[in-house]
Design a protein around this ligand. Sequence first.
Ligand code: NAD
Ligand code: ZN
Length: 250
Amino acid sequence: MDRSNSLAELARRLRAAGRVTILTGAGVSAASGVPTFRGADGLWRHFKPETLATADAFARDPRLVWEWYAWRRELIARCRPNPAHEVIARWSRRPGTVVITQNVDDLHVKADTANLVRLHGSIWALSCFERCPRGITPWLEPEPVPPELPPRCPHCGGHARPAVVWFGEALREADLAAAIAATRCDVFLTVGTSAVVHPAAGLVDVAGRTGAFTAEINAEPTSASGGVQVAIHARAEVALPELDRLVACP
Ligand code: NAD
Ligand code: ZN
């Protein structure tokens, strides 16, 4: 199917669907100026994210990991939702729609998205690295760059960490349960994700096996492209507004 037929088919499915689930990744925020992990501009001081976003890296050098987060937080603080976030936010208000995001930038929150599952947490929340009893519940840290790096847990004085899910860590049970429940839908659409980080990457297959129509919108082919019914290779901020117009008036 060519691009315009694929978009038309997906629009038809979305119009008829009672339950729609949208899984988003870093590509949705690229047009807002948030760098993706896998891509040309994904480097920071020649470190790979996979070597910084881990509990081991933090235990070894909390200051280095925090400098990277402080850099990302400062950058993200200046970013605004783009048309992809805006379309998804509008669709999210339709009953039966769930948005699952792997993004930690909270741009879906800024765009007022309803029924949002933040599978990998938020870069704006902190929790206690020592997991002291009161530090388990994430708290907000208002400054993009905390006055002292690494910041301290206000409850026990140990190191505070970003309340995000690092490589090798388990997802929060409630978030994972919500994401799995949302695979029971009529249309499952992934947008802007390279589909390599599990378990998020496996959700589209689960949805397909339980009868959902599956589709992907991504700038380039991914490991999910071969398994979905419709794969559209386009930028999210261009394809989603186009799709939105087709859903509204075929
Ligand atoms: P990824 O970086 O692995 O993949 C991003 C995908 O988006 C790539 O396949 C790329 O081709 C595509 N892409 C780039 N620009 C696009 C655009 N304008 N429209 C559509 N697609 C576009 O990201 P991922 O799959 O989300 O996994 C990375 C992990 O890193 C996640 O766990 C996430 O938590 C984290 N992360 C988050 C952010 C964020 O919060 N914005 C940014 C980078 C990484
Ligand atoms: Zn603590």
